[in-house]
Design a binder for this molecule. Structure first.
Ligand SMILES: [Zn+2]
Length: 231
């Protein structure tokens, strides 16, 4: 009897979170190819369901956008290699040669861990934790704009409040949502600034020297080109 046991041998720590994952397998590649054949436009959600979620041991773990990207890159590194290939035209006006470069993920990933904890603004002290229920979060943000998504993320991360020395630590989603919706906008703006400065972030940037003239060429990626390599 040939047995298949699903294991998640790799681990990445992002702040308080320990994420166990596995690399891509044949079934994932097949699922991806079927997806590309069956749909004209593949959404981020499709990719998440097909290529990311199956690789995570804890399917209900909440990850911020930046954390998710970091995890995706770690899965890619373990699955298809630590580097990716990119073509670029040298920025040196006198050179302009086409280069083929191989870039290491570790050289371009600038990740900042989440450090959102507490802040007092006027008479309200806000205390944050992690979102406990990723599925509920996914339901709440479905079809929502980016601004509303961040708002819901903040709302769902609030664990307790101290308002004029009174502790509030027991509230439903609807209650905390309504409370936050009714904050003075100047209080919320300060809270949002604090949140954006301290939540996890990721930037993909680096340099590669031109093979011909040696000029350093700088890159900023929104997404990794050639991410799935030969698939
Ligand atoms: Zn050059």
């Amino acid at each position: 009897m040939l047995k298949v046991v699903e294991t998640f041998p790799y681990e990445i720590r992002l702040g308080q979170k320990v994420i166990k994952f596995r690399s891509w397998k044949t079934k994932d590649e097949k699922a991806y190819l079927i997806l590309t054949e069956s749909k004209d436009e593949i959404t981020d959600e499709d990719l998440y369901e097909t290529l990311i979620l199956p690789c995570l041991e804890d399917k209900n773990l909440y990850l911020t956008n930046a954390e998710l990207q970091k995890v995706i890159i770690e899965i890619r590194k373990k699955s298809l290699g630590e580097s990716f290939e990119v073509k670029f035209i040298c920025q040196n006006e006198k050179c302009k040669k086409i280069n083929d470069a191989e870039i290491l993920f570790d050289d371009i990933v600038n990740f900042r861990e989440d450090s959102v904890k507490e802040i007092k603004i006027e008479n309200i002290e806000f205390f944050f934790g992690n979102i406990k229920n990723a599925k509920l979060f996914e339901e709440k943000i479905k079809g929502k704009t980016q601004i509303e998504t961040i708002f819901i993320e903040i709302v769902m991360r609030i664990e307790k409040l101290i308002i004029d020395d009174t502790l509030e630590d027991s509230f439903s989603f609807d209650e905390i949502y309504a409370f936050m919706d009714n904050l003075d906008s100047k209080v919320f703006d300060k809270l949002l600034d604090y949140y954006m400065e301290n939540t996890s972030s990721i930037r993909l940037e680096g340099t590669a020297n031109c093979m011909s003239c040696g000029t350093p060429n700088e890159f900023i990626f929104d997404e990794i080109p050639n991410f799935l390599a030969e698939w």
